[in-house]
Write a protein that binds this ligand. Structure first.
Ligand code: ADP
Length: 470
């Protein structure tokens, strides 16, 4: 069976809840209204009969000539007259009232229902329920006590069906109205759910298109809005942006790496072809092999650097951080590298005591040696390199200063890019990855690296680490 869509599931769920609520409401309305209506019917019976008592009076003698316009009704009784006032309600709201004698013979107010109750004894102030022809009736009797009216009774009768008529009109109305309302709510809910979930369809469409076409440039456009779905789309767009950037950077890395490897490979190939063209002297073979060895070394260094770089970028979790006495660490590294003493350059070290830092020693060695090696490589004969380490309020500052060839101001923002070499004529052993790696290592330690330089005067590379709690 095809899986139900989210929209249908939501609609089914709230429809079920709604129908349950409506059914319970029906049940409650029916039971409450039946009780209320029964009580209303009974009250109206008692009130009507009680009110009618006052509309019956007795007169010993009446001068009919003077009351010719009277609309009241007169019945001879006990040598006098019963006057039934015109306000006497024989029937009101289906409550029938009759006047009868103690033997239940009717005096006034004939009607079919009251006559059906003739089997029931007259009992003062008593409300009873009887069933005649499977219809339930309420009967209420009152004895008349006024002088002259003795032996007369008022009987009121109302059928329960009278109440049921009112009840059934309520039920009928709700039977029609509530399902219509429920239907409207369900349709409205279905449409709203559809409209709300439509952007999610667009998100999945965009994701599918990116997957099928590898088009990382695609973004989800939901228009203006700040609801959850718009926020989700924003997150997706941000993720796509990052994916695109990282994908492009990987592509760039591969293309740069192959470009860098192409030169030594071409040199090796050309050297081999040239050497093998004809018989050579041992000295010429030796020279050719030296060229090949040099290029081989360059390639090997490049590959090693690339692997190191990629490992740090992809698996930073493999590099543990430990407490390091940074003072000793910088002194030791400078001591080791001072031995190089290339081009008569002098390396000096000025460090503040007892600076501790939580970091990865291997990576920090790589960082500092990259900076010092660069200072040698791009230094002038008999120049200097000054390494300094100091602690400020929130930061630890490590800097490497030289008085070498310097860097063009326009090049400064590029030198941290992978494979970027400002002046290829000076690089020699360089791979163009040294500073990119230095920046990656600094980032790994949540720090920043910057460079200041003046062409022909020298450069200073400054690494700032935030002090971390040991
Ligand atoms: P490379 O392997 O070429 O040295 P780096 O990433 O270490 O690659 O450096 C990038 C470029 O920055 C270098 O090619 C060089 O032009 C410039 N550079 C780096 N350090 C210095 C320095 N101390 N003095 C002058 N230029 C430098």
């Amino acid at each position: 069976m095809k899986k139900l869509s989210l929209r249908v599931k939501i609609t089914l769920w709230f429809s079920a809840v709604l129908i349950l609520v409506v059914a319970l409401t029906y049940f409650a309305v029916l039971s409450v209204s039946r009780q209320v209506i029964q009580k209303t019917v009974k009250d109206s019976l008692i009130t009507t009969v009680t009110d009618n008592i006052d509309e019956v009076e007795y007169y010993c003698d009446i001068d009919f000539e003077h009351i010719s316009n009277d609309v009241d009704y007169y019945i001879e009784y006990n040598g006098g007259y019963i006057e039934i006032d015109d306000d006497f309600l024989r029937e009101v709201n289906q409550v029938y009232t009759s006047l009868c004698l103690s033997d239940k013979s009717l005096v006034y107010g004939e009607n079919p229902i009251v006559s059906k109750t003739s089997d029931l004894e007259l009992t003062d102030y008593s409300l009873r329920q009887i069933t005649i022809d499977s219809t339930i009736y309420y009967v209420y009797d009152r004895r008349l006590t006024l002088k002259g009216l003795e032996g007369l009774w008022l009987r009121g009768v109302v059928s329960e069906a009278q109440g049921a008529v009112q009840l059934s009109s309520i039920v009928r109305m709700s039977l029609i109205l509530l399902p219509v309302l429920v239907l409207l709510v369900i349709i409205g809910g279905y449409l709203t759910a559809g409209r709300t979930l439509k952007p999610i369809d667009r998100i999945s469409e965009a994701a599918a298109q990116i997957r099928q076409g590898n088009d990382l440039k695609r973004r989800i456009d939901l228009g203006e809005g700040g609801d959850e779905v718009h926020r989700l789309a924003d997150q997706f767009n941000e993720m796509f942006g990052r994916l695109e950037a990282s994908f492009l950077s990987q592509q760039q890395f591969i293309s740069d790496a192959s470009h860098e490897l192409r030169t030594p490979v071409s040199v090796i190939m050309a050297q081999c072809e040239l050497t093998l063209e004809q018989e050579r002297s041992p000295a010429e073979y030796e020279e050719a092999l030296e060229v090949i060895q040099r290029q081989g070394r360059k390639m090997s260094r490049l590959v090693k650097d690339m692997m190191y770089f990629t490992r740090l970028e992809l698996h930073p979790e493999r590099y543990e951080k430990n407490e390091i006495n940074l003072t000793e660490f910088v002194e030791d590294t400078c001591g080791d590298l001072a031995i190089i003493a290339e081009k008569g350059i002098e390396l000096s070290c000025d460090v503040q005591r007892n600076i501790y830092f939580k970091g990865n020693k291997g990576l920090l060695t790589r960082l500092l040696s990259n900076l010092i090696n660069n200072a040698y490589r791009y230094g002038k004969d008999g120049g200097f390199i000054k390494v300094s380490l100091k602690s400020e309020e929130n930061n630890i500052i490590l800097s490497v200063k030289d008085n070498g060839i310097g860097i063009e101001p326009s090049e400064l923002q590029n030198i941290f890019r992978r494979f970027y070499q400002a002046d290829p004529s000076h690089t020699g052993e360089g791979s163009g990855l040294g500073l990119a790696m230095a920046r990656e290592i600094t980032r790994f330690h949540k720090g920043e690296i910057s460079a200041e330089s003046k062409l022909g005067v020298g450069s200073t590379f400054t690494v700032t680490f935030p002090k971390n709690i040991l």
